[in-house]
Ligand binder design. Structure first.
Ligand code: SAM
Length: 281
């Protein structure tokens, strides 16, 4: 019996039975695996780390896309760094008149997602308001003159090409690429296992933005408790008012499975041990 073991954390991991190996390759950037599992459906892993599963990807994609867009309230331009599976792209494009630029370093992730994980993007790669750039997100934000209302960093963990996406230079360039009052959201990590990583990134964001905090989402296959998403802006958009957020969502006709106005606001409620990671005692 074939199995897939994710061993991202020291001395502990999660094991999936591989009911069918759908795709395996070593791309120019990473090892890419797609397989089917009885409990989670289709699974995408990069360099041995689970990126998404059919059963729970909606939690992450809804929370990382709708929270900044609805907290801001008047978003037109979104930049996604990473996100080659198309999930954030799809959720962001559900907001009327929002244009999305997606910068993914590995073309093979996009091509494989289109072929083997079509339920994630649901056609979003071909949306007229989507622009797909294959390239390094670090170089993109360093070199572009374009400005965005929301930047979503949907990266892999800080190893290989994603390591620089957790660094000061990258965050500084993101801050420059935001219009005043814009929002930067990041895949920060699971506080239980990756507290030091989360705290280091938050310290950088706190030095660059007037407001920097975290919010939480529970994605079963991101193991060790809720994942933290970094939220940074020069505007004070947290905690947000449930009724305002709800009316913005109603105006866009947004139907979601995990995101909801009160979940949005409640996600910013941090247990003290997580609050400490944002330097807020
Ligand atoms: N939600 C996911 C997670 O953390 O489990 C992330 C999914 S998404 C597939 C992450 C993507 O970031 C990968 O496709 C990877 O190729 C891309 N990536 C990593 N480093 C990058 C960089 N420097 N520039 C652009 N994309 C990058």
């Amino acid at each position: 019996m074939l199995s897939f073991t994710e061993a991202i954390h020291d001395g502990w991991g999660q094991v999936f039975r591989v009911d069918r190996l759908v795709h395996y390759e070593k791309t120019e950037h990473q090892e890419l695996v797609v397989f089917d599992n009885a409990s989670f459906g289709r699974v995408l892993a990069l360099d041995g780390i689970v990126q998404l599963t059919e059963r729970d990807h909606h939690v992450y994609h809804e929370m990382i896309a709708h929270v900044p867009i609805l907290a801001h309230g008047a978003v037109r331009e979104v930049l996604v760094i990473g996100g080659g599976d198309g999930g954030v792209l799809r959720e962001a494009l559900r907001h009327e008149d929002v244009r999305v630029t997606l910068v993914e370093i590995d073309a093979r992730v996009i091509e494989t997602a289109r072929t083997h994980l079509p339920f994630v993007s649901a056609g979003a790669f071909d949306h007229p308001l989507a622009e797909i750039v294959v390239g390094d997100g670090l170089a993109y934000v360093r070199d572009t003159d374009r400005r965005y209302d929301v930047i979503v960093v949907d990266s892999t963990d800080p190893v290989g090409p994603a390591a620089a996406l957790f660094g000061e230079g990258f965050y500084r360039d993101c801050a420059r690429c935001l219009v005043p009052g814009g929002v930067l959201v990041t895949q920060a990590g699971v506080p239980f296992f990756q507290g030091d990583q989360v705290a280091a990134a938050q310290a950088l964001l706190g030095s660059l933005f007037e407001h920097a905090t975290l919010y939480l989402a529970s994605v079963p296959t991101y193991t060790g408790g809720p994942i933290a998403l970094g939220f940074a802006s020069n505007a004070d958009l947290v905690p947000g008012d449930v009724r305002t957020i709800a009316s913005r969502a109603r105006a866009t006709g947004l139907a979601t499975r995990y995101w909801a106005p009160d979940v949005h606001v409640g996600a910013f409620a941090l247990p003290p041990e997580v609050r400490r990671l944002v330097g807020a005692g």
